[in-house]
Design a protein around this ligand. Structure first.
Ligand SMILES: Cc1cc2nc3c(=O)[nH]c(=O)nc-3n(C[C@H](O)[C@H](O)[C@H](O)COP(=O)(O)OP(=O)(O)OC[C@H]3O[C@@H](n4cnc5c(N)ncnc54)[C@H](O)[C@@H]3O)c2cc1C
Length: 403
């Protein structure tokens, strides 16, 4: 039973203004979805946690994303000449998505909060015969992994989704896909973590992580604008800034960052309950509960140095809208009313960086590119690793921090 009165929001400032604790078993850097979810799962297992966020909670990627669950295989996961090894990799990656889907099934009950979770399905569309073949190939792999998808063409497609452009070469439909409200999920985790004893300090920027010896029980001194804190274990969950902080310790992470653009339209009568993606072009599209359309899919925004926000680019607004109209022609006279952008961190192989560094014992990283979909699950995996000795096999080798 959900507690409909519970609206996860920012925590009361009364605790936040208290001093930084002098020490903590675990210090988590970053109050996005990964940091807050991890603090919850660790606190639930009885671990002493302090979470440090330089701004407010959930203000970066975790509060600026589109909220989609991406379970179907997407373009970036495919290679030009797919081998048997690629097929196997994709089966594994799809199984991971299915595990994430199971977590999302139960998350509202777990956190006793309405987080806007919906499983109303997702389309992947194709415009050309080559793209249609990709839909068929990926469907075979998804089936092997246990993810239900259906490829439709011609009249079957037009009957199933009459609002789509009738000349698309085909569509894949995945009933399991869906979305949740990104403004609510991270704060709900933080709220519940706080109830379980996690100390959360916002406006607390970590400037340096110092490895120390000679202070029994503590391996790190974390320096912030609000003082220092000793800890045994650090988790860097600082999203797009993960590499910057890690480089101080001599780690060179295989990651990059990019600004992503999102369009929002005026409302129209509700008809689109499923999300739409494109197998060959950059598009994610969905209609929200207040009837507007959110259109994204990886169009870039312009880099600005923190604390400035990434700024929007006209070509991205127009290019993104053009792909949306191509797929859903009825959008052609719908006005764009606003745009936003956020900073997205990715890895070169699109896999998470998750676990403890062998070079720097006690130093952990929690970072994942498809981080709304996978964030809660990888955070729970890391919490299990950190609380149960000998559970290294919970973390796939290809996620390794020192890879
Ligand atoms: C526009 C956009 C759309 C997206 N759409 C989707 C989607 O539909 N589905 C999906 O699965 N994923 C999507 N993503 C990706 C997803 O949002 C991210 O992968 C995920 O939110 C990452 O969470 P995080 O906690 O690692 O990072 P963040 O949410 O960025 O959190 C990191 C936090 O660390 C803090 N921090 C940084 N440096 C310091 C420091 N020195 N000291 C203290 N704190 C620090 C930051 O202030 C920030 O709050 C999208 C991303 C963007 C930008």
């Amino acid at each position: 039973m959900l507690n409909s009165d519970f609206l996860p929001g920012y925590l009361s400032q009364s605790e936040n203004i208290e001093e930084l604790p002098k020490q903590s078993d675990v210090v988590i850097i970053g109050g996005g979805l990964l940091g807050t979810a991890l603090s919850y799962y660790l606190a639930k297992a009885g671990v002493e946690v302090t979470l440090l966020e330089r701004n407010d909670l959930n203000r970066e990627a975790s509060g600026t994303n589109a909220g989609s669950f991406h379970f179907q295989i997407a373009l970036h996961q495919l290679t030009e000449n797919m081998t048997e090894a690629d097929d196997k990799r994709l089966v594994d990656e799809t199984k991971l998505m299915l595990d994430a889907a199971k977590l999302w099934d139960d998350i509202e009950k777990e956190l006793n909060a309405d987080l806007g979770v919906h499983f109303t399905g997702g389309f992947m569309v194709a415009e050309t015969q080559e793209e249609l073949q990709v839909l068929r190939d990926k469907q075979r792999i998804e089936e092997a992994a246990g993810l239900e998808t259906h490829v439709m063409t011609g009249n079957e497609m037009r009957e199933f989704a009459p609002y789509m452009a009738p000349d698309l070469s085909g569509i894949a439909f995945c009933p399991r896909e869906g979305h949740a409200n990104p403004l609510l999920v991270g704060p709900a985790y933080a709220y519940r973590a706080h109830e379980l004893g996690t100390k959360i300090r916002t406006n607390c920027e970590v400037s340096r992580i110092e490895q120390i010896t000679g202070n029994p029980g503590y391996r790190f001194k974390v320096h912030t604008n609000r003082g220092t804190i000793l800890c045994n274990r650090v988790v860097n969950a600082s999203g797009a800034w993960t590499a910057e902080l890690s480089s101080q310790l001599g780690l060179n992470l295989p990651m990059g960052l990019s600004g992503l653009h999102v369009n929002v339209t005026e409302p129209r009568e509700f008809f689109l309950s499923s999300m739409i993606q494109h197998i060959g072009r950059r598009l994610t599209l969905k209609q929200t509960a207040n009837n507007t359309f959110i259109i994204g899919g990886g169009w870039p925004s312009r880099e600005e140095k923190f604390p400035l926000r990434y700024s929007n680019i006209w070509e991205s607004a127009a290019g993104n809208a053009a792909v949306a109209v191509r797929v859903l022609p009825m959008l052609k006279d719908v006005q764009l009313v606003r745009v936003w952008s956020g900073v997205w961190a990715y890895t070169n192989d699109f896999k998470p960086i998750l676990g403890e560094s062998e070079k720097i014992p006690g130093y952990h990283i929690a970072m994942v590119p498809t981080g709304f979909t996978l964030g809660p699950m990888v955070s729970r995996m890391l919490a299990e690793y950190m609380t149960q000795p000998g559970t290294q096999n919970l973390l796939p080798k290809e996620f390794h921090v020192d890879r």
